[in-house]
Design a protein around this ligand. Sequence first.
Ligand code: G3P
Length: 223
Amino acid sequence: MKFFLDTANIDEIKACASFGFLDGVTTNPSLMAREGIANQRNRILEICSITDGPVSAEVLATDTEGMIEEAQSLFEIAGNVAVKIPLTMPGLAATRALADSGKAVNLTLVFSPLQALLAAKAGAAFVSPFVGRLDDVGEDGMQLVEDIVSIYTNYAFETEVIVASIRSPQHVLRAALAGVDICTVPFKVIEQLAQHPLTDKGLAAFLEDHRKASAKSTPPSQH
Ligand code: G3P
């Protein structure tokens, strides 16, 4: 399973790269706004200088022509840019046109298995089901992911599933069990994945035992 980082924060991206498992980055207009960024161009360029993996940058246009034009300009930033397009009817048409010219589109804001089926048919390189937001409205976001994986397996679609809107380690666990291609994870969830109270407790005990053994074996000082 590939790990993408779901952020536009450079410090978080550099930290994740230092762990050696940064396979890509996803951004969106809200994540850019959180960084105080109105024009994403330079930030996307900077992120692409840190990772060779796909870096998703989202279009703001809502009509097909506008999306294609904006996507083309985003693709010029770097060779590993994947353009994020919302799953709407105009978005599907833009995806088909861009996919036909060999470009990687990440169809986003996906909330149903049938939207995901359309994403694959339109030639999207990636599809992003938003699990946390479905949980927020009382649905089971991970059930959506499992359904998409089943449908894509049935028909051997090549569109890669990016589990998005991840809020907890449980989302990552269920995604891995479902066999998804990619989880895009906020940095704070990456930290949660690494932590376990028994690891902290065990480490403290090891260090304390070593300290005691060292104290016992230290020869008495000679005056
Ligand atoms: O990748 C999509 C993600 O950024 C949305 O997350 O927590 O705003 O639903 P959230």
